[in-house]
Design a protein around this ligand. Structure first.
Ligand code: ADP
Ligand code: MG
Ligand code: MG
Length: 938
């Protein structure tokens, strides 16, 4: 069985331009495919096989092309080769299913029939585009080829048929350029700053027009010369002739699309966005429509609403007399779509109608691509528009008001991992007054960024690795710059509009971005930026405001966002902003939708108050040891550690007690009645001791102990593996007086605050428990302290004692432990370390490689390893509830603020998650979405 797309002998013999097989041959091929049972090709057009829900099979682009055909929008006919072929291709040494070729021939035949044109014909040639399309759109990752089917004969046919030689040759030179780049691999070398084809164009422009004229100014003779030079370039660099036969071209292009699924850029992108490699891409083959026939044609990209700030306005841009690639590539700076109203009123009206239809049908903001051929509008793509967090929030609130969506959908429309963008600082208004604006561009990614400028991605990454704040400045960006864009605080480009690569990526990554700031002159050679009469070198500071599109010289100070200003600082003006009100509405809906609640990890009254302002309903983790480092408390702590007798230790602890009591009282007050989980001393003692000789001498003087003794004690406490050493409850079991002091501090503070009329609900948490007996010993110490304080202060205190589940033995014996523990809190940091036998602090040397090799899909210290460590959580939940049905279950590890992990915790049925104060809104949104998703099965 032939498993390549090699043409069958009978078809091959005909050769040359007329490559299309007879219809009957195509038909018999189709019926064979049907018998073989594998459908690989899905038509769209007059007859449409697919629909919008088939994204896994047809890719996002293919599924939505089908959907647009179904709702009667004008789409050029074509077909989609399914993602199953991509899977097959990689599973079978880059070969194809045997029936694919025949199905493709039938597909081409169907397009021919609908357009009245014939592939490779010498009178009326059909040209097609070959377009990739994964399930999720991957901007700039996969490459499209336009005008496929042209060769030295068909170009003449097209020229005669359209009576437009300039147009025909413009198509041809574009085709050779794109095909040479994408399929034949004629691309920029590492030492080149420009694409080689662009260099050829520029050279010709300078030779023949003495300057940098627009592409539209090139004559037929220029274009013919370009085609010849391009082919020569291909021959030189690729070492082979440019293929003439349309079918060879088509098969080569299809192969290139599948091949590009594994190119570096695609792999980097998938890793960043956690897109599984198995998904694969589809390929779309579609009849060309021409935006480059003259001044009544053009191409554009538009959004049904503004994706940067969320405003309900027709937003986008177009280029007259251009093919779509020009708009996306940012080669020429396009005009705003509103201009079309004047220039082509009929087409504009049609686009307005389409805009309405799209939103009514998809019920979400659409990002669509269109081409106007001689005044007639064609739709080439639509998808849910990528948006900034700010736009997502406004879209969701506005569409709810317009009754396009319900409140639950509105909640789902706000991406949880982007929400932090709304809390990011903006430029301080007073500082902006003083700053010097040196250029203006398009506000493509809202927010404020100050950084040292770098002009290429590599150097930007190096600088960011050194800890510099980086602003990536480019003429325009391309997918090769992705790493630099990820590393940078913000992105500034001189060319390109709102649909340029820079703008696209900024929207998706939430990067601050100003693009198309035409006044800046970027010189890659000298690594300088000239603007406003001044020259800036790499390493100099600039600032950009991506909300309004301004560029400033130097560093500009930032101020908190309206939401932070309103919630944390109580700023009344901020509270009146739409952004603030929308945010509060969203958070209220989150509370309505959630099953789990959200607590915070906080060690100070201030952190606690901030978290409560963000909507936390308690503390999930107070790390008491953090309190020991402040001021001269550390001295008392060290005295305690150095003590040689129980009496000495108790004396030192007595000095620590008032500090702890004061801290706890402050936290209880800030909590206003919400519960506080307080973890007893956890880290190994040597962490508190001075390690250099000088520090040891200083301490010796301070506390009146010999330096030699301090040195000796430090040596004594040294451990080979402190993470698994004398720490956690092992400390409290070794020195019960430490736990007794901590318990007393908690209860004395509770008594004090309770007397002020504030409800206090301490939940004392014993860390690192693996044996029930460990917990029992500590519980007794706690109860004893409680009894004493209640008697002394004549109060009744409500408190719980529970444990952290953070080592596998604790999880596996959770039923026994739950007989004593009134709550569990999963310490997923240690549970991951001990579950994987992998030290978080040492994982930097091998984990990146593990992710590269996909041994682990995500960093397990950021997103919970659901199938491994998650099982330990699941077991502990089940066993814990079995022996204590009303046991309270929470999680306080780093994972408590990670949306993907939160979805997992919803699934296993925890009562709450806990995270750092500024993560609280993210966790609330993720918890709400997890609950809503669980209901709808998403
Ligand atoms: P991307 O995924 O990078 O957006 P597309 O496949 O959408 O790539 O193609 C890029 C551009 O090429 C589109 O915006 C569209 O304008 C143009 N294009 C694609 N197919 C056709 C076609 N059949 N006719 C005219 N233009 C096309
Ligand atoms: Mg597109
Ligand atoms: Mg721990």
């Amino acid at each position: 069985m032939a498993k390549t797309l090699a043409r069958k002998k009978s078809a091959a013999k005909k050769g040359g331009a007329k490559a299309t097989p007879k219809r009957s041959a195509a038909k018999s091929a189709t019926s064979k495919a049907a018998k073989a049972g594998g459908k690989y090709v899905y038509l769209f057009g007059k007859k449409t096989d697919g629909n919008g829900s088939m994204k896994p099979l047809l890719g996002g682009k293919g599924a939505n092309l089908a959907e647009m055909c179904r709702i009667g929008l004008p789409v050029p006919p074509g077909f989609t080769i399914s993602t199953e072929v991509c899977t097959y291709y990689y599973a079978n040494k880059r070969t194809y299913p045997s029936t694919l070729r025949g199905q493709m021939e039938a597909g081409i035949a169907s397009i021919e029939q609908q357009t009245g044109k014939t592939f490779g014909d010498l009178k009326n040639p059909l040209l097609v585009s070959v377009r990739s399309g994964a399930r999720d759109s991957m901007p700039g990752m996969m490459d499209t080829i336009l005008n496929l089917g042209l060769n030295d004969q068909t170009v003449e046919a097209l020229s005669v048929k359209t009576n437009n030689a300039r147009f025909a040759w413009d198509c041809y030179r574009r085709f050779v350029q794109m095909y040479g780049d994408v399929v034949l691999g004629v691309q920029k070398r590492p030492d080149e700053d420009h694409e080689p084809f662009e260099t050829v164009i520029e050279k010709l422009k300078h030779e023949r027009h003495h300057g940098d004229v627009e592409d539209t100014k090139l004559s037929v003779a220029d274009l013919k010369e370009l085609v010849a030079r391009f082919k020569k370039l291909v021959k030189e660099r690729a070492g082979k002739q440019f293929p003439d036969s349309p079918w060879d071209q088509l098969l080569g292009a299809v192969g290139a699309v599948f091949g590009s699924w594994m190119n570096d850029r695609a792999i980097v992108y998938r890793r960043k966005y956690n897109i599984p490699t198995e998904w694969g891409t589809a390929v779309n083959v579609q009849a060309m429509v021409y935006g480059n026939t003259g001044d009544t044609s053009g191409s554009g990209v538009a959004f049904t609403r503004n994706p940067a700030n969320g405003v309900k306005e027709f937003y986008g841009e177009f280029l007259i007399n251009a093919q779509g690639e020009d708009v996306v590539a940012g080669v020429r700076t396009p005009e705003p779509v509103a201009e079309l109203k004047k220039e082509m009123p009929k087409a504009f009206a049609e686009l307005e109608r389409i805009r309405q239809t799209l939103e009514k049908h998809f019920k979400d903001v659409q990002d669509f691509e269109f081409t106007i051929e001689d005044g007639v509008v064609y739709m080439l793509q639509t998808r849910n528009g990528k948006r900034t967090a700010m736009a997502a929030l406004k879209f969701s609130m506005d569409m709810f008001k317009e009754k396009l969506i319900d409140w639950k959908t509105a909640v789902m429309r706000n991406p949880a991992d982007q929400l932090e963008q709304l809390l990011a600082p903006v430029f301080d208004a007073a500082e902006v007054e003083k700053a010097k604006a040196i250029a203006t561009g398009l506000p493509a990614g809202p927010g404020a960024a100050s950084g040292q400028i770098y002009l290429n991605a590599e150097r930007a990454v190096v600088a960011a690795d050194k800890g510099e704040k980086v602003l990536l400045v480019r003429v325009e960006t391309s997918p090769e710059d992705l790493r630099g864009m990820i590393a940078a605080e913000g992105i500034l480009t001189a060319r390109g509009g709102v649909s340029s690569h820079a703008a696209l990526v900024a929207r998706q990554m939430g990067k601050v971005c100003v693009c198309g700031a035409a006044a800046i002159e970027v010189d890659y050679q000298s690594r300088t930026v000239k603007v406003d009469g001044k020259t800036y070198k790499e390493g100099d500071w600039m600032s950009i405001d991506g909300t309004v599109g301004k560029v400033y010289a130097g560093q500009v100070k930032t101020a908190p966002s309206e939401i932070v200003a309103g919630l944390i600082n109580g700023d009344e003006t901020a509270k009146k902003t739409e952004k603030f009100k929308h945010f509060q509405q969203l958070m209220k809906w989150c509370s309505d939708a959630s099953r789990m609640s959200v607590r915070t990890n906080a060690d100070t009254p201030e952190q606690t108050a901030n978290a409560v302002a963000f909507g936390a309903v308690g503390i999930g983790l107070t790390r008491t040891e953090h309190m020991f480092f402040e001021g001269d408390r550390i001295d008392a702590m060290r005295e305690m550690i150095l003590a040689e007798t129980l009496e000495e230790r108790k004396a030192a602890l007595a000095k620590l007690l008032p500090y702890q009591r004061e801290d706890f009282a402050g936290i209880f007050r800030a909590l206003k009645g919400y519960p506080a989980t307080i973890r007893f001393l956890d880290p190994p003692l040597h962490e508190f001791l001075p390690h250099t000789q000088q520090q040891q001498q200083e301490l010796a003087k301070k506390i009146g102990v010999g330096a030699a003794r301090i040195h000796q004690r430090v040596e004594q406490l040294h451990e080979f593996n402190p993470m698994l050493g004398f720490r956690g409850c092992r400390l409290g079991i070794g020195y019960p007086e430490i736990s007794a002091m901590q318990a007393r501090a908690v209860f004395e503070a509770a008594a004090e605050v309770q007397k002020e009329g504030i409800k206090v609900r301490p939940e004392i948490m014993i860390p690192l428990v693996g044996f029930k007996k460990e917990l029992d010993l500590q519980i007794e110490v706690v109860h004893q302290a409680a009894r004493e304080v209640q008697a002394e202060k004549k109060v009744k205190l409500n408190y719980l004692v529970g444990t952290m589940i953070e080592i596998p033995r604790g999880a596996l014996t959770a039923d026994e432990i739950a007989q004593s523990a009134e709550f569990f809190s999963f310490g997923t940091n240690d549970l991951t370390q001990t579950g994987l036998g992998m030290s978080r602090d040492d994982s930097g040397s091998f984990l990146p490689n593990y992710q590269e090799l996909e041994i682990v899909k995500k960093n397990p210290f950021a997103t919970i390893d659901a199938s491994g460590v998650g099982q330990l959580v699941d077991i502990a939940v089940k066993k814990g509830r079995a022996s204590r049905p009303n046991i309270k279950l929470g999680i306080c590890g780093e994972h408590g603020g990670d949306p993907a992990s939160i979805h997992f915790f919803e699934k296993v049925g925890l009562d709450y998650v806990s995270c750092s104060p500024y993560r609280v809104p993210v966790a609330r949104l993720a918890a709400a979405q997890a609950a809503l998703g669980a209901k709808t099965g998403e």
